[in-house]
Structure formats: C-alpha cells, structure tokens
Design a protein around this ligand. Structure first.
Ligand code: IMP
Length: 431
C-alpha cells in the first residue's frame, strides 16, 4: 500500500482495516517521521514506527532493514500501547539490519533545519531521518540494531561521538556538540538493548519463509511517493524510497511476490514542509479544507498546506508505483463545497504539460489547469456503499479514475473502519 501524494493520505486506516485479511504487515522504509493514525471504536492510536497491523494480535508485524529506528520513540510507542491493553511485543519483529537514529542524528537534523536549499528550508520532521540515512550510506558512523548486542558499545559510541562533536562544531553549533555525552548515550543504549533486543532478528529470512509457506503479506508504505528520495520533488523529499519502488529494497522481498498494489490518495492534496505544490490554495478554500479535514501533522502538529487534487502528480506516482487500484480518502471533507476542482494539466512557460516534471524549480513554475465539477455538498459520512453516494460524488470518482488511469476501488468517508466503501472487496483481495 503506497501513498501517492506527499504523505498523510490515511494509509494507516486502510492497513489496519486490511490487516486481518493477511498474516503479516510489513513496514519497510521511513521511521518516526511517519505518523499513522488508526481509529478503533472510540480509541485513536498514533503510530510512528509500528506497523498499522499491530492492533491485531493474530497478525505478525515486521519492521524491516529499510526502516530507521529512533529507540526512545519506539519504546514510548510500545509502552503506550501496552498501557492501553495492546501487547505489541508478542507480534512484532524488528530487523537486525535496521539502522538506528542516534542522539547525534537528532542534533544534526536540528542544525541543518534552518539551512535553505534552492532558497527554501526542507522543513524536516526533526526526527533525525536524513542524518541517519546519510550515515547508513556513508557506513563509517552507522549504528544498526544488531550493534546493540555488541560488547564494545562504549568504544563504538565514543568513536562516533568524537567525530560528531567535530561536525557540529564545524557547523557552528558548539552548544549542540556539548550535548553529546558518551556515558549518557552508552547507558541509554544499554536500556534500549534491554527493551528491543528480544524482538530483533532476521526479518528478511523469516519473511521469505512466510512467503514460501503461502502466507499473505501486506506491505505498508510510509510518507508518499512524491517524497521519494529518487523520484519525488527533490530536494524537497524524505531520505527513503517512499514510492512503490522502495518495497523490495526496504523489505528484502523480491519483486515477483508483489501481486497487488493499492495506491492511496486524498480527494484533495496536502503537503507539510517546504517544496513545490502546484495546486496549493493560499485562500479561504484552503483554510476550509484544513479545518474540516483537521489537516495538522500527526508527528509535528504543523498545519498542512492544502490544495485541490492533482491528477498530473498522482498519475505519475501511480505509474511509478505500479498501482492497480486507487483508494480515495477524505471524500467527506470535500462534501462541503458547491464546486470542486481537479488539476488536469500544468501550464509551464506557456506550454501545456501532462507529465510530472523532474525539476523542483520547474514544478514551482507550474500553473494548474483545472476542470471544475459540481460538488456533492452534503454529509457522506454515513455512506456504506457506493449507491449511498450522490451522483456528483460518483462523477468525481469516475473522473479521477480516468485521469489517473487506475480505477477507484476504495472510497473513504470518515476516519472509522466502518466508513470505508469497497467497490468489490473480494476481487481486490483475490491474490
Ligand atoms: P524528513 O523525512 O523528516 O527528513 O522530512 C523531509 C520532508 O518530508 C519534510 O518536508 C517533511 O515534512 C516530509 N515528511 C516526512 N515524513 C512525512 C510524513 O509522514 N508525512 C508527511 N510529510 C512527511
């Protein structure tokens, strides 16, 4: 399941809903920058690292090598669930290959956050994601979950801290450098080891065995494809492959096992942080979408930028991710407008463009070309089947399917599990 916009498409709700139809749920990229909200009855769960199948004790949940783990947040998440009667430690396995977001990564993220790139700050979630992936690729200063078992933990941490202090001082951040205390980090790491090592193992081998045994896996993407490090609106992206192309590298599962790809998009667009956003509405309509959709970041609480649905961007990410079914979320939020717009093309430097451009500075110049449709202007939160939706909502869904070139197979009309309409659930899950 892949987000097709800039994240926050409500994937968590769908993964939780479809988890019981699977044996395993797998988180394979990103880290605590993700914020997946799952609503179960009157309970709201906000998950960052944990796969959204964690509320189902019969489903095994995996955090695989492509995920970066911030241990303090993860332990808080585990304890938080346990205090609410969900025991996540029994159905969770974490890869020993996963890299860890260490205290120096959080400080580096903080130090770099104010710096602009192409005249604008990336505006990260400050969860240390970029610095951790940078060290993973750089190798010398990387720290993986398997390192928690090392006998020379103190020496390893001391070696890295020395270099990181120099780095932070070089960035003119002496007070951040001074926060790195080898003893305190080593003590903390010993505590993380106590909590986490019992769940750490070889997820790659285990998942390949599950597949050989005919088990059904649900792969849970984090963020959205437009934030993909290689294929998104670079440099205003996250540091992992958040489009469909990231599934195999992040999980260790080869492509031949991927049988169905569900792409998730909102009926409008949102984005947090910097970067181009062609259909952004800096207007009263944008504010209404934000208020009605409660568009504030799950991880950071930041107000999300809001705009109309962009079929140029979503067609691109759906193709890139090999999507065969679309899930269109938040149809209830758009039910408050007389008219709704869909972006069908961009006008860039006087030319009409249907293919999503590579370059952020070009995307920044794109003027959206809109098609205006009649709004449904009514409360659809009680709809439970397609026939319950009014004709203008049907016309909107059909037009999106046409423009994105993928049929809409799931429609969401509210946060609860029951507020989800499947066109043909049995056919969708027949793989
Ligand atoms: P980072 O992933 O914290 O480095 O942030 C890089 C960019 O991705 C920023 O613009 C963030 O706001 C955005 N981002 C990261 N994770 C999410 C997410 O889960 N939802 C929405 N935006 C995200």
């Amino acid at each position: 399941m892949i987000g097709l916009q800039w994240g926050d498409e409500a994937k968590g709700k769908l993964v939780d809903l479809l988890a019981p139809e699977h044996d395993c749920v797998v988180r394979y990229q990103g880290g605590a920058n993700a914020g997946h909200t799952v609503v179960s009855g009157d309970q709201v769960y906000k998950l960052h690292h944990l796969p959204s199948g964690i509320l189902h004790p019969q489903v095994m949940n995996f955090v695989t090598p492509g995920v970066v783990i911030e241990p303090t947040t993860l332990i808080r998440e585990l304890d938080g669930l346990a205090s609410r009667g969900v025991e996540p430690r029994t159905n969770l396995m974490i890869s020993e290959r996963s890299h860890m977001v260490m205290p120096w990564h959080l400080l580096e993220d903080q130090a770099m956050n104010a710096m602009a790139v192409q005249g604008e700050a990336i505006g990260t979630t400050l969860r240390g994601i970029g610095p951790c992936y940078r060290d993973k690729v750089g190798r010398n200063f990387a720290f993986r979950t398997t390192d928690l078992r090392a006998s020379d933990l103190h020496a390893r941490i001391a070696e890295i801290v020395e270099s990181k202090r120099d780095l932070l001082r070089g960035m003119n951040q002496p007070s951040l450098a001074a926060q790195l205390d080898v003893g305190a980090i080593t003590d903390a790491a010993a505590l993380w080891a106590q909590h986490l090592v019992p769940m750490v193992g070889d997820t790659t081998n285990r998942l390949l065995n599950e597949l050989d045994d005919g088990k059904r896996l649900l792969m849970e993407g984090a963020q959205g494809a437009l934030l993909d490090i290689d294929h998104g609106t670079y440099p205003f992206v996250t540091s992992s492959n958040s489009s469909g192309v990231g599934i195999c590298a992040g999980s260790g599962i080869p492509p031949r096992w991927i049988k169905r790809v569900i792409g998730v998009a909102k009926a409008y667009s949102t984005r947090v942080g910097g970067g181009p956003f062609p259909t952004e509405l800096n207007s009263e309509i944008g504010q209404r979408i934000r208020d009605i959709g409660r568009e504030y970041g799950t991880t950071t609480g930041r107000p999300r930028r809001c705009g109309w649905f962009d079929s140029v961007a979503v067609r691109y990410t759906a193709r890139l991710s090999g999507v065969d079914a679309l899930a269109l979320m938040m149809m209830d939020v758009l039910g408050h407008f007389d008219e709704v717009n869909i972006c069908v093309a961009y006008e860039i430097d006087g030319q009409l463009i249907r293919d999503f451009p590579c370059d952020a500075s070009v995307i920044r110049r794109a003027k959206p070309v809109y098609e205006t449709l009649q709004g449904w202007n009514c409360d659809v939160t009680g709809a439970r089947e397609l026939a319950d939706l009014p004709p203008p909502a049907h016309a909107f869904l059909a037009r999106i399917g046409e423009l994105v070139e993928v049929p809409v197979e799931i429609v969401s009309v509210g946060p609860d599990r029951c507020q989800t309409i499947f066109v043909d659930k049995a056919a969708l899950l027949d793989y």
